[in-house]
Design a protein around this ligand. Structure first.
Ligand SMILES: [Zn+2]
Length: 464
């Protein structure tokens, strides 16, 4: 059997992966809060852990791996959006509007992640369906002295768990000094975090021993992981930004609620994503969703390929240049393997993935196989990375659009117009191109024409 090695955040070492049970390998990954479209950074853990899921299925058999990824459907941002809609005159109760918002967001999420070739997890629990389990776990933590109820809240007593901070390697006192902890007069200690909080009239809430309220975010994952995977399971994953406090809190809750279990054996964290060398942010104008890219005509398979070019433990930089390279490579590979029957994955690709998910190494092995013309093995190996599958390939069968003639024409018209100061011919051609679904990008540096999502080749033809 292939030996998988993974970098375990818990020990900060690359370790051999030994599952608790080889016939039931279990993985939990923190999923999205469903209040809006997933941005590109949200998609990184999805592709990273989908690749690990595919590798585990390859090694242990597809029926012997259980992958759970939750939906957080209780959140102040969801409530805020529902309230905004109600104020804008949308029909229905606030509860119905909250439900509507989470339903549509989950449907978007599925459509966008499917487009990236990510397999759906075996279970996608929603927090609102596990409120009973969260209340029971919270009651247990109070009974064992690890939590306390005060003013409608229940708080976890951080100092009661001696290993708190071990995952991220910080002491509680360091954390207090550096963290943005919410100071509340009813807290015994500033580090204590919320397991349950009261809901006011407008907020969604459930009856509990502490009054009408809702769970804190961290307890959701502990309760759902326990319900679906048990007291001890193999892998827990998520973005590095979740390591503290979310994952520390999950560990504290689960370890104290189930002292005989040991929660997750291997913790994996993916590094963050940047765009053209900068942090993605709304204020920098480089913030975009997966859907924005898909709508611009960038195929999901190309996005996936760009993600795989960088190791999950390194920060990854999304650039338009990488997307162009990925698209060119995939076009070539798709054309070469169109009528090829996939054989079995190449050892070099499996070995690279088994070595702490070295996706860049796996892609290099694919390039090498392509160079040698081993298309059957190459196609099977690409499948292990979630590439070249039948369902993802429609984009590549459309012929590549050559807009060089129009680009040159527009460019010379512009040069002439600069001299004559008569831009009517430039404007007319520009309007015709836009009508044909072509995006026209004009700058001092030059002119770039890109086929957009509504590109219509017949209209372009008529321009000749
Ligand atoms: Zn979580």
């Amino acid at each position: 059997m292939v030996t998988i090695r993974l970098t375990n955040s818990k020990t900060r070492r690359k370790e051999e992966f030994v599952p608790i049970r080889a016939d039931d390998v279990r993985m939990y990954v923190c999923g999205p809060t469903v209040y809006d479209r997933a941005h590109l950074g949200n998609a990184r853990p999805v592709v990273v852990f989908d690749t690990l899921y595919r590798l585990l299925r390859h090694v242990y058999g597809p029926d012997h791996v259980t992958y759970v990824r939750n939906f957080t459907d209780v959140d102040d941002k969801i409530n805020a959006e529902a309230l905004r809609r109600q104020k804008a005159g949308a029909p229905g109760t606030l509860e119905e509007l909250i439900h509507q918002r989470t339903e549509e967001t989950i449907a978007w999420y599925h459509a966008d992640m499917d487009a990236l070739g990510a397999l759906r997890p075996n279970h996608e629990p929603r927090a609102t369906e596990f409120i009973g389990q969260m209340i029971a776990m919270t009651e247990g933590l109070i009974a064992s002295g690890h939590a306390y109820a005060v003013e409608g809240h229940v708080l976890f007593r951080v100092r009661s768990y001696k290993d708190y901070g071990k995952l991220s390697g910080r002491s509680v006192d360091d954390m207090i000094a550096g963290a943005r902890v919410e100071v509340a007069p009813f807290k015994e200690d500033p580090m204590d975090f919320v397991l349950w909080k009261p809901s006011s009239g407008q907020e969604p809430g459930w009856a509990s021993p502490w009054g009408k309220g809702r769970p804190g975010w961290h307890i959701e994952c502990s309760a759902m992981a326990h319900e679906l995977l048990g007291e001890s399971f193999d892998i827990h994953g998520g973005g590095l930004d979740l390591q503290f406090p979310h994952h520390e809190n999950e560990i504290a809750q689960s370890a104290c609620a189930h002292p005989h279990g040991d929660f997750a054996h291997y913790w994996l964290h993916n590094e963050m994503l940047q765009v053209e060398g900068k942090k993605m942010s709304k204020s920098l104008g480089n913030f975009f969703t997966v859907r924005d890219l898909l709508d611009q005509g960038i195929p999901g398979e190309v996005i996936r390929f760009v993600f795989l070019m960088t190791h999950y433990r390194s920060p990854m930089d999304w650039t338009a240049e990488k997307a162009r390279q990925a698209e060119a490579t995939l076009r070539k590979w798709r054309a070469a393997t169109a009528s090829v029957e996939a054989s079995v994955p190449l050892p070099g690709v499996v070995e690279a993935l088994a070595d702490d998910l070295n996706t860049a190494g796996a892609l290099a092995a694919l390039h090498a196989a392509a160079g040698e013309g081993d298309w059957a093995g190459m196609k099977a190996s690409a499948g292990l990375l979630g590439l070249l599958s039948d369902g993802l390939g429609d984009w590549a069968s459309a012929p590549e659009v050559d807009l060089s003639v129009q680009t040159e024409r527009l460019s010379s018209l512009r040069t002439a117009a600069m001299a004559s100061k008569d831009f009517s011919a430039v404007d007319a051609l520009k309007a015709a191109l836009i009508a044909a679904g072509v995006e026209v990008r004009m700058s001092k540096a030059g002119i770039e024409l890109v086929p957009g999502p509504n590109f219509d080749p017949a209209k372009l033809e008529a321009l000749q």
